[in-house]
Design a protein around this ligand. Structure first.
Ligand code: UD1
Length: 367
């Protein structure tokens, strides 16, 4: 059974790496599973893409569609057109997509229209906020998915509410956490730690890249100011996403305790999260990592598609009002933060469970 594994943007790479590793191990042991790794080229910088391949021991992609940046419809269109050509030339038996980026949705659509089965890893999560491009991608992808691999029981319930059948849903856990646990003993302190004399537990890490937070200059500037002030003299390490970099010039002076650095490779970024006093973010994936590492996490969004990080993890939804940031940080300087637990099946074995299912399908197909 030939499976196309699609990876396009930074948060995809840590989700597919352990799946590839498990498929390779199973194939070595005789399973009739083959894969093609297809990089759409949505993210192309060394810091947004190549460094992840190197650090996570991923094979070079079999194909790179090289779509590059652009408005979302243009980017999605280019991915569909180029992937369709690949499918016409050499159709796989399955297209496996992960997460919720433009590449996820575009490849799922191209494959499904060619009659190829679609598997979606991290299916069924919903923020309920249809203004987010990722929520649109999730809904569209899941509406044409044949095999759903879910990170939580709630995600399965969300899918059933839209008509998915029990036998299409496989609750397997979280492949991003597989990658976290595989690499936990390989983390590396980035240069900024020595340069700035950072002490574990004494600095913050912040990441912002959502259109709602960074595309509107006024909102972005007030948010950065509020984060710097709320940190009460502690340094805030801020790896700047390319989307965010465009707006940095509009900041009216960079606050003294804000340490701007380039996007970090995986091992360095997770080192920062693990050793931070707290993480301030608008990313979804980072809230999962902070939960498993038991690091306090503040999410600068009004909703989350990962409610378990709030209900049982270390995450708190602060919202997007800059005035809420200071008060939300207060417990870190006084009463302390809630302590979190690890969600069910976030145990480092999600990819093995996914490949169990794929192997059973391959056997059925061969019979
Ligand atoms: C995308 C995902 C988002 C994910 C994020 C992680 C969608 C709709 N959004 O958002 O869910 O959390 O990736 O990073 O798919 N750019 C570079 N170098 C690159 C890639 C992008 O400089 O390697 C710049 C481009 O100018 C581009 C901008 O960053 O216009 C935004 O990139 P894009 O892929 O459109 O979306 P992200 O905001 O990164």
């Amino acid at each position: 059974m030939l499976i196309d594994i699609i990876a396009g943007a930074r948060p995809n790479f840590m989700k597919v790496a352990p799946i590839i590793r498990s498929i390779e191990a199973r194939a070595m042991a005789g399973a009739s599973l083959e894969y093609r790794l297809i990089h759409t080229g949505q993210h192309y910088d060394k810091r947004m893409s190549d460094s992840f391949f190197e650090q996570l021991g991923m094979p070079a992609p079999h194909l790179n569609l090289e779509v590059g940046s652009g408005p979302q419809a243009a980017q999605a269109g280019a991915i569909m057109e180029r992937y369709e050509r690949v499918l016409l030339d050499s159709p796989p038996n399955m297209c496996l997509v992960v997460g919720d980026v433009t590449s996820t949705m575009a490849c799922a659509i191209a494959a499904k229209k060619m009659g190829i089965a679609v598997a979606h890893v991290e299916a069924g999560i919903r923020s309920g906020d249809i203004t987010m491009p990722e929520e649109i991608n999730r809904i569209l992808t899941d509406s044409i998915t044949d095999h759903f691999f879910t990170t939580t029981r709630q995600a399965g319930e969300n899918l059933k509410a839209t008509g998915a059948l029990d036998n299409q849903i496989h609750f397997v856990g979280n492949t991003m956490i597989d990658t976290l646990l595989i690499n936990i003993d390989r983390l590396r302190a980035p240069d900024v730690v020595e340069q700035q004399g950072l002490q574990a537990g004494e600095f913050f890490v912040a990441t912002l890249h959502r259109p709602a937070n960074v595309d509107v200059t006024e909102q972005f500037c007030s948010m950065m100011q509020a984060i710097a002030e709320g940190a009460s003299g502690h340094k805030v390490v801020f790896p700047v996403h390319p989307r965010t970099a465009k707006n940095l010039q509009s900041l009216n002076g960079i606050p003294d305790n804000l340490v701007l650095i380039e996007p970090q490779p995986y091992l360095e970024f997770i080192w920062l999260v693990k050793n931070a006093k707290a993480v301030i973010t608008d990313s979804g994936g980072v809230t999962e990592e902070a939960t498993v590492l038991n690091v306090p996490c503040l999410t600068l969004r009004n909703s989350t598609e990962r409610p378990e990080t709030v209900d049982i993890g270390t995450n708190v939804l602060v919202g997007t009002d800059p005035a809420a940031v200071g008060p939300a940080l207060k417990p870190l300087f006084g009463s302390g933060w809630k302590s979190g637990a690890v969600p069910e099946l976030w145990d480092g074995k999600a990819s093995e469970r996914i490949v169990d299912v794929l192997e059973a399908m391959a056997r059925e197909k061969a019979a």
